[in-house]
Design a protein around this ligand. Structure first.
Ligand code: NAD
Length: 509
């Protein structure tokens, strides 16, 4: 019979940001909690802070005063680990150093019962390595919470080589009982979230390095795709020192795989002390924050005699639908050609094309069409509400086309933002690389596609999971963008995952 929470004491070691949050969540779920910190007084101070937090929650009606009081009664700061000999679960949230964590678990092993579970909240240290040297390495598991612990629902349950499946499963179920959404992960650098998220920053940093657009423009494009925060404002919030350290640790842990090379742009900001919000300046200056987007030129009349919507699929359907009012004003109806091999609009011979990876200059060279512009991957389902959308006009286009191309995008319901003529523009390249990283994680048995989707939505608030994006796009489409990036930049970063190369998981996608 499973033990009730009141019979299942939890020891939390480390009364910092994470430990305090974990203690709160465990106590709210009904467990007696012992809280230990090596700094004298730290556990008691954390308990006082927590009491104030819970009082605040009760005052705002988020929990009853009785529940707040009962939660606090369950949390007991302790002055020595020996006072927690009855703990059934130990969650460690101390300093991020393997020697300190190993030493702590070695001590705890001799204090708690042989079948108590040992969990680490590490964000970057190998669970396999941490377990090495323990008497019972099978009972050590990662229990990776996200900050702030009471609000973030994701828990990565991380198994090292020695972790018993039953231990991982027990922590998975316990996390569910605590109101969390756990996902299983294998102990590999960055686990799920910190690994798959790397390209969200890396692609924007690469675009910044070649000065393809300014930070606030790139942020607007990714917000237009549904992300809550653009990469630049997010890095400013996280702190460039922290973000750079995570990138560097994933890079080093992968034997300097070029796919994860940190960015010189970010390195320079760290070196210069431009750490983001906390230092008053990062990509933006605070408290002012991002500057306003460039004003659009005044609306211009559309000129067209013949407009054809090319392509199959959701984006072409959306274009056809969104185009009708603009065409009606010209006394036209959209024609449709589904078998042309590209998606977009043909306007009197000019082409406004959805990016498939190639830059406008490459397509112009291959087709001989000079009046050509490429636009970014719009959000699907369509959101005709003036969302930012990156585009680039071919440098050899005529002056009339330079004005008409963004005007058509505006009439389709977007806020067109010009960026340099780079492969895969902004959103398509970022999504393709996020999908690619997730595909490699699945290939390597780090997690399932469903776990990757849940982890990215709950751990970093992505609007959709990588495999959900893939379902709304196609393996061939993602591969085309990555191959185009690879052809343009060479090197190892744009290396298509073999999982995608072979077509994904077939029918499950
Ligand atoms: P923190 O600095 O706020 O707290 C760490 C606490 O541990 C401090 O109070 C310190 O006195 C105590 N401590 C250090 N060494 C100890 C030891 N040997 N024994 C007992 N207590 C010790 O740190 P944090 O942000 O809460 O992070 C803790 C752990 O959680 C780290 O492993 C970190 O990587 C991980 N983590 C952090 C976040 C985050 O966003 N902060 C997110 C997920 C995971």
């Amino acid at each position: 019979m499973p033990l009730s929470p009141s019979q299942f004491p939890v020891l939390v070691v480390g009364a910092g940001i994470m430990g305090t949050g974990i203690a709160q969540v465990a106590a709210q779920a009904g467990h007696p909690v012992r809280l230990f910190d090596m700094r004298e007084g730290a556990a008691s101070e954390a308990r006082v802070r927590l009491a104030a937090t819970l009082e605040g929650l009760a005052a705002r009606g988020k929990m009853t005063p009785e529940a707040a009081e009962a939660t606090m009664e369950r949390i007991r700061p302790i002055g020595s680990l020996a006072e927690a000999a009855d703990a059934r679960l130990v969650v460690e949230a101390i300093v991020e150093r393997i020697d300190a964590k190993r030493e702590l678990f070695r001590q705890i092993e001799d204090i708690v019962a042989a079948d108590a579970v040992l969990a680490s909240n590490t964000s970057s240290i190998s669970i396999t390595a941490m377990a090495n040297g323990l008497k019972r390495p099978g009972r050590l598991v990662g229990m990776h919470f996200f900050n702030p612990v009471p609000l973030m629902r994701l828990v990565e349950v991380v198994s090292g080589l020695a972790t018993d499946a039953a231990v991982a499963e027990a922590v998975f179920r316990l996390s569910q009982a605590w109101g969390k959404v756990p996902v299983h992960a294998r102990s590999t650098p960055g686990f799920i979230v910190n690994r798959i998220a790397r390209p969200y920053y890396a692609e924007t940093l690469a675009l910044l390095q070649e000065r393809a657009a300014e930070p606030h423009v790139l942020d607007a494009c990714l917000r237009g795709a549904g992300f809550r925060m653009g990469p630049c404002e997010l890095m400013d919030l996280i702190g460039h020192d922290t973000n750079f350290a995570v990138t560097a640790s994933v890079y080093e842990a992968n034997f300097q795989d070029k796919r994860y090379v940190p960015s010189l742009v970010q390195r320079e900001m760290v070196d210069g002390g431009l750490l983001g919000r906390k230092s008053g300046r990062g990509f933006y200056t605070y408290p002012a924050g991002p500057p306003a987007l460039p004003a659009l030129p005044a609306e211009r009349p559309l000129t067209a005699r013949r407009v054809v919507v090319h392509g199959l699929g959701g984006v072409a359907d959306m274009l056809e639908q969104a185009l009708r009012p603009a065409l009606a004003s010209l006394g036209l109806a959209p024609l449709r050609q589904r078998d042309s091999g590209w998606t977009g609009l043909e306007i009197d011979g000019g082409r406004l094309m959805l990016t498939e990876g190639a830059a406008a200059y490459e397509i112009a060279a291959a087709t001989g069409v000079a009046d050509l512009a490429v636009f970014d991957r719009p959000p699907l389902p369509p959101a005709a509400d003036g969302r930012a959308l990156a585009y680039a006009v071919h440098s050899g286009a005529g002056s009339a086309w330079r004005e008409q191309a963004p005007e058509w995008l505006r009439r389709l319901g977007f806020l067109p933002l010009p960026v340099a003529d780079t492969p895969g523009l902004v959103v398509a390249r970022t999504l393709a690389m996020l999908i690619n990283e997730a595909a490699d994680a699945v290939l390597q048995g780090v997690c399932t596609p469903d776990a990757a989707d849940a982890a990215m939505k709950l751990g970093v608030n992505y609007p959709a999971g990588p495999f959900e994006w893939l379902r709304g796009w196609s393996v061939v489409g993602v591969a085309a963008v990555i191959d185009a990036l690879d052809a343009a930049y060479r090197g190892e970063r744009y290396r298509l995952s073999p999982w995608l190369r072979r077509g994904g998981d077939g029918p499950t996608l």
